[in-house]
Design a protein around this ligand. Sequence first.
Ligand SMILES: [Zn+2]
Length: 292
Amino acid sequence: MVRKAEAPPGFYRCRIGKMRVCVVSDGPILLAEPGAIFTALSDDEIDASLNRAFLPRGPIRAEQNCLLLQWDDRVVLFDNGMGQSDLFGPLAGRLKQNMVRAGVPPETVTDLILSHGHPDHCWGTMGTNGIPNFPNAAVHISEAEWRFWEACDEPALDVAVAGFREQVVPMRDRMHFFTGGDMVLPGVCAVAAPGHTPGHMAFVVSSEGEQLHVLSDTIFHVPLSFDFPTTPNAYDYDAEIGATTRLALLARMADERARVIGYHAPWPGIGHVARAGDGFRFVAEPMILEGR
Ligand SMILES: [Zn+2]
């Protein structure tokens, strides 16, 4: 008898100081072959990197780890996955369901922070019939990112532009803009991380002396983004600036022994960055540290 596949874990809890953390999965997205994205790498380099990580060849499957924070009377969500769209395969779009399972339904969200305007980070903003999925949330996005997508007329970005206008622009009345270095909320500092998109943002979350660095899409693939931090990739709008940002951020995270979360890192995406040869490696945080 064929056993029906069990649903993968949908949420994971831990803490940052007084903040309760819940990483909620939107489900994985299915992307292109690595060779079509990391075009400067040889097949041998890609195969060796994947092999060291015990990953199969073939199209990339990436997690979508949405970070949810709760403290005092705030419920803060970072990014929101693919929503109704199957642009990147049928396995995404589970965020709302998993939030309900986690006991933090979408209507309780007070603040939605968008790292950037790509489909897999903001297409869950609106539900069907133009009704917001997070009806009580203020929305925060970097000013540079908003301006870029609002004005963008590049044919190659048609699909993403149309999605941004459908998903994010209708929230204009509840939009709050920030720039790098700003405190988006108490305990949430924005860190400019341009290149992936012009206004792409990382964040540092701090509470009672503990921190979590939200790397957003500075690294979108484990292990390739870590093994080859300076290699351009086709998902970065400006590949050169993206590489500079990635190298600097990974080096700082490694030197500071910082705790990080990667949106597309292996579930639930929390860990550390270590130096490895000319590059880096992602070291997942054992779940047992949280005493579960
Ligand atoms: Zn992404």
